[in-house]
Design a protein around this ligand. Structure first.
Ligand code: F6R
Length: 611
């Protein structure tokens, strides 16, 4: 999605802005721009395409100044083009605006301003904001008041960075339903839509709340609420290091993040289930036995990969607690009038904590009196702040658009939540708990073993990268891993792929199977092994190539398949985590063979802050 960076201080803003935008590239974008105040006027440079195009323009037409805003745009209103890129200026360059999000009522405002003589040059909703601020400013209001008045008028979602020609020392930032942080430096301050953009300058950030405005100068940051009252906000000190947001010798962020999984899961498990403890540390969660006993249903709601983690959570919670659980994608959940009341728990799962549909589902549930628990990676994100209970997975910044480390950490989190709930309900003994604990403790070393043998997935990817049609099949938890494997292959290798519950093949999709089809069969669930095997035989009989993912020691079916990827032996609960890793590696290496843009796949953005 779009990225914002802003700077005010003693240094040259263009260098800081370009560097910040570079660090936001991973979010996905199709054009970029900067606006810099040189003390007298605002100068702007914009370019369609990658940042290198903007850098070249900057080289040809250097701009100077110590106050500025920059933006990477992922087109929503109007095609990617120089004109539609941000910043957007008011007609005579008095106001410059960068914007993430969508202004829903921009057409009404555009119409109103057009009648007042304002000329629009772009197709963007953002230009309306620049003109509206300009309108109030020219009617005699101050810069701050004009922004305030504008925010009262606009509807939708926004993170904004705003400059005014007559205020060469002031940067204004505002947010509603879109992430924005203000970074506090020494004699210099920053804004960013994402922490990595400014982390090499400062670790001290303020998270803005919805409807807040920050007025930022080199030596001061003032935050105001919607009633223009100044609010005091604690500084959050970012704990993770900038190295976490660098490639660290790996060719892509995706493969780096795949390799980080053992450490992340080890840290998560040791934090939540320290040695010697026979309960789970549920810090951040205030849900107790009486709340759980009182629940009539649980919903788990998320998007994409996080939804797949939620589906695994559904199976585990239902199985261990016997409370009915419904998992749904957030964009559907919001609009299907679900039954929500005080006896409902909504669990939302989100890496970024900013996904628009997930956030709205959360708000809807809260309005209906339901309790909301969030499983989130990004500390201080909107979802984390809105939820009643937060379970942080603390996987560090995930830069690759394709989610990997967040997924496996989310699944571990769902397991711990399921276990803790079951324990609160007295569903199993300390002995049983300790056995499960031991199994979960073995996950990091099992993943390391899979990673050490990644040449297997690499060779198989080379063998199968020419496939034009891939089916993933599995049953139960293996079906969910199949969904995740299929999504990874689609999004980074652009290979047509579908995931099917193995038992559903006969109800239609088997018609698609022929000798050009690759079927990837996941068979880690012991009691479903024979059933999936019979489905393998069916596709094999129709000429498909079959690649199986199974546990070590399972060799009796080898005659039925073309290739097998083995994962270390593990329990039914932990096998999905392990089986996800070969699926990630396979997708990565297929994409590698096909030469796609692995970390920034086409048409995709890292966090989806629009519906
Ligand atoms: C796929 C992927 C997406 C995200 C989805 C939700 O690899 O990354 O499907 O999982 O957009 O994002 P979050 O978890 O940030 O809510």
């Amino acid at each position: 999605m779009c990225g914002i960076v802003g700077y005010v201080g003693p240094s040259q803003a263009p260098t800081i802005l370009m560097d910040g935008l570079k660090r936001l590239e991973y979010r996905g974008y199709d054009s970029a721009g900067i606006a810099v105040h040189d003390g007298n006027r605002i100068n702007m440079l914009k370019a369609k395409g990658k940042l290198i195009n903007l850098a070249e323009k900057l080289k040809e037409n250097p701009v100077k100044g110590t106050l500025g805003i920059g933006h990477t745009r992922w087109a929503t209103h109007g095609a990617p083009s120089d004109i539609n890129s941000h910043p957007q200026l008011s007609g005579d360059s008095v106001i410059a605006v960068v914007h993430n999000g969508i202004i829903e009522n921009y057409l009404d405002i555009k119409e109103e301003l057009s009648q007042k003589g304002y000329k629009f040059v772009s197709e963007t909703d953002t230009e309306t904001v620049a003109h509206l601020i300009d309108f109030y400013y020219k009617s005699g209001m101050g810069f701050f008041e004009s922004v305030f008045k504008t925010l009262e008028r606009i509807e939708g979602a926004y993170a904004l960075g705003i400059l005014c020609k007559d205020y060469p020392d002031t940067l204004i930032a505002a947010r509603k339903n879109c992430p924005l942080v203000v970074g506090k430096g020494q004699g210099e301050n920053f804004i960013a839509s994402d922490i990595p953009a400014i982390l090499h300058h400062t670790r001290d950030v303020y998270f803005l709340d919805d409807n807040e405005i920050a007025v930022i100068k080199a030596d001061s940051i003032k935050i105001y609420d919607r009633n223009q009252n100044e609010v005091q906000r604690d500084i959050y000190n970012v704990k993770w290091d900038i190295d976490a947001a660098e490639k660290g010798g790996y060719e892509h962020f995706m493969i780096k993040e795949i390799n980080e999984q053992p450490k992340i899961i080890q840290d998560l498990v040791e934090r939540r289930m320290p040695e010697g403890r026979d309960t789970i540390d549920m810090s951040g969660i205030k849900l107790r036995k009486e709340n759980i006993q009182n629940l009539s249903r649980i919903y788990i709601v998320a998007c994409g990969t996080a939804y797949h983690a939620g589906l695994i959570g559904k199976s585990l919670i239902e199985k261990l607690t016997r409370i009915p659980v419904i998992a749904d994608v957030a964009s559907e959940f919001r609009y299907r009038d679900p039954v929500l009341d005080e006896k409902t728990l909504l669990i939302v799962v989100s890496q970024s904590g900013e996904t628009a549909d997930t956030l709205e589902a959360l708000k809807m549930a809260k309005r209906s009196g339901a309790r909301v628990m969030a499983v989130v990676n990004a500390v201080g994100s909107s979802i984390a702040r809105e939820a009643d209970d937060v379970f942080y997975i603390l996987a560090g910044p995930e830069i690759s658009v394709a989610s990997t480390k967040a997924f496996t950490a989310q699944v571990v989190a769902m397991e711990l939540i399921a276990l803790s709930m079951a324990q609160e309900l007295g569903k199993f003994s300390t002995e049983q708990f300790n056995k499960i604990k031991e199994e979960i403790y073995s996950v990091p070393s099992s993943i390391s073993k899979i990673l050490q043998k990644s040449s297997v997935e690499k060779a198989l990817a080379e063998k199968y990268s020419g496939s034009s049609n891939v089916f993933f099949i599995g049953r139960g938890l293996d079906y969910i891993v199949s969904m995740e494997g299929s999504l990874k292959l689609k999004e980074i290798a652009y290979l047509h792929s579908e995931a099917y519950a193995a038992g559903e093949l006969k109800h239609g999709p088997i018609a698609m199977i022929d000798e050009n089809t690759l079927v990837i069969a996941v068979l880690t669930q012991e009691e479903l092994f024979e059933k999936t095997l019979s489905n393998i035989k069916e596709v094999k009989a129709r000429g498909a190539k079959v690649l199986a993912v199974a546990m070590e020691g399972k060799s009796e079916f080898k005659g039925e398949v073309d290739d097998v990827i083995y994962i270390p032996r593990s329990s039914w609960m932990t096998a999905p985590i392990l089986a996800a890793v070969p699926a990630q590696l396979f997708a990565y290496y297929v994409a590698y063979c096909l030469g796609t843009d692995i970390d920034q796949p086409r048409n995709l953005a890292k966090s989806v802050t629009v519906e």
